[in-house]
Write a protein that binds this ligand. Structure first.
Ligand SMILES: [Zn+2]
Length: 484
């Protein structure tokens, strides 16, 4: 017999820090050690955004990392894989399973995160505004290099036998390259983790698929209380669909006309690819003038290479044309000096730079120089978590704090919500509805309390399932004595 439990160690009532722990106890009668305990962690994400959350990255992991056998990764976003180097530095020596695309992107994302943390710690030490007497990074490049050899590739669909009656299976989630939902079957019951779910129509990636159902479903709820503007309603209204991203095209034309440049803080992985595809289509259709498009982020450029390389594996849509983008005057910016020269562009251009919520990266020095000039325009391309500079800009902040100094916001700010790569509320409900067999319990994670609660209510009303928002640190039973 024995039992399996599921503990919510992160992304409970918040959108970051995804980490869900399965504890599987099996009895081995007659052996010297009658109870065998296995721990499997699904995602090991970093907490981001508000300070109270970021501080959680520094606390001791709730179980000894050395006692975790396997980590299963849904995708390569930092809020799902960013804590791995901390775990490894604290003794984790197991295997980290992920799809080939996720493995490649995880290498890029973790190395970049370590570089940024080392640099920010050095900056803070120079300028003396850190709360630590000697500012230190959460982890270093050396920590990442010790972590990467633990990665193991696993393809989509084929079940992975983890031993002891435990299997795991990855199904495409259409969120970023390599992203997956993961279904874990244990001797006592099964759990399906949605991971982050993309929209049914990702512009570059093949569409997501619904995995096999399970006893318990853990579903993301980023947009659990919102519908994307272009959903079914437009179709029902019979009105001609508006041109895709028209507010963005309009802002680009306006900005170029007044001699300004457009800065696009973009998440380096996936958002950059999608933004480039949209700009390429617009240029081809003559909707925007052809101006130089700078991709100013080594991580974004590395990610673009991974996307292009995965075309052969059939992970891109045919319409994406392997992301060759012939219509664009694309320029790759690698050196920091070249990046800094872009702070004062001598003619209108588009600059795509990370990070997407302006929490760090080269986009900060562009913002520092471009925000005070009303000719320029800043285009936000997705979800902006509470407490980030991106959220402050989206909410109309008149000044923004960077490197300990306030900078005036006079540039135009546009939020283009069409870039979302998260499913909306109806799409999340449809995902759960598609699970077969239907889950007997649903946990809504990866959402702020409002959206997570709204999704749980809707799932209860529309599907008649028990759906709740788990508390941080809460443990529930997956199966075993007393369960169905
Ligand atoms: Zn994600």
């Amino acid at each position: 017999m024995g039992s399996t439990t599921l503990s919510f160690l992160g992304a409970a009532g918040t959108v970051t820090g995804s980490q869900h722990l399965l504890t599987i106890d099996t009895e081995a009668p007659g052996s010297a050690d009658p109870l065998r305990r296995r721990r499997i962690l699904v995602d090991a994400g970093m907490f981001q955004g508000e300070k109270r959350l970021r501080l959680m990255n520094w606390s001791d992991f709730p179980v000894p990392p050395a006692a975790i056998g396997d980590v299963l990764l849904t995708h390569a976003h930092l809020d799902h894989c960013g804590l791995l180097p901390r775990l490894a530095a604290a003794g984790f020596r197991g295997r980290i399973w992920a799809t080939p695309g996720t493995c490649e992107l995880t290498r890029i994302v973790l190395l970049d995160a370590a570089h940024l943390q080392e640099r920010d710690a050095a900056h803070a030490a120079d300028r003396g505004y850190s709360r630590h007497r000697v500012p230190r990074p959460l982890y270093t490049v050396a920590d990442v290099e010790a972590t990467l050899p633990l990665l193991r590739e696993i393809g989509f669909d084929a079940p992975l036998d983890l031993g002891g009656g435990v299997t795991a299976q990855w199904t495409p989630a259409g969120h970023i390259l390599g992203s997956a939902s993961i279904r874990v079957a244990t001797p006592h019951g099964s759990v399906v983790f949605s991971g982050d779910l993309g929209r049914p129509e990702h512009p570059v990636l093949r569409p997501r698929r619904v995995p096999e159902g399970a006893d318990i479903a853990v579903v993301e709820s980023t947009y659990g209380d919102r519908e994307h503007p272009d959903s079914a309603e437009l179709a029902r209204s019979g009105a001609a669909p508006p041109e895709a991203h028209e507010p963005l095209a309009d802002a680009i034309r306006r900005t170029v006309d007044r001699g300004g440049s457009v800065l696009v803080p973009a998440f380096a992985v996936d958002r950059t690819e999608v933004v480039l595809k949209v700009l390429s289509d617009m240029t081809e259709d003559g909707r925007i003038p052809q101006v130089p498009v700078y991709v100013d982020s080594p991580m974004a450029l590395a990610s673009l290479r991974v996307y292009r390389a995965r075309e052969h594996a059939g992970e891109l849509r045919a319409e994406a044309d392997g992301l060759r983008l012939p219509a664009l005057d694309l320029r790759e910016v690698r050196d920091v000096q070249d990046s800094q020269r872009l702070n004062a562009p001598d003619r209108p251009c588009l600059i795509i730079s990370a990070s997407g919520m302006a929490t760090g990266g080269r986009v900060l020095h562009h913002l520092e120089h471009m925000l005070p000039d009303p000719r320029h325009c800043v285009v936000l391309t997705g979800y902006q978590a509470a407490g980030t500079r991106g959220r402050a800009l989206a909410e109309g902040a008149r000044a923004l704090k960077m490197y300990g100094v306030y900078v005036a916001v006079r540039a135009e700010v546009l939020q283009d919500s069409e870039f979302s790569v998260h499913a909306d509320a109806s799409e999340l409900v449809e995902w759960v509805r598609g699970l077969s067999p239907a889950p007997r319990g649903v946990f809504c994670v990866h959402g702020e309390p409002g959206p997570a609660g709204a999704l749980a209510d809707r799932l209860g009303e529309e599907l008649g399932v028990v759906a709740v928002v788990p508390a941080q640190g809460e443990t529930v039973r997956v199966g075993g004595p007393g369960s169905r």
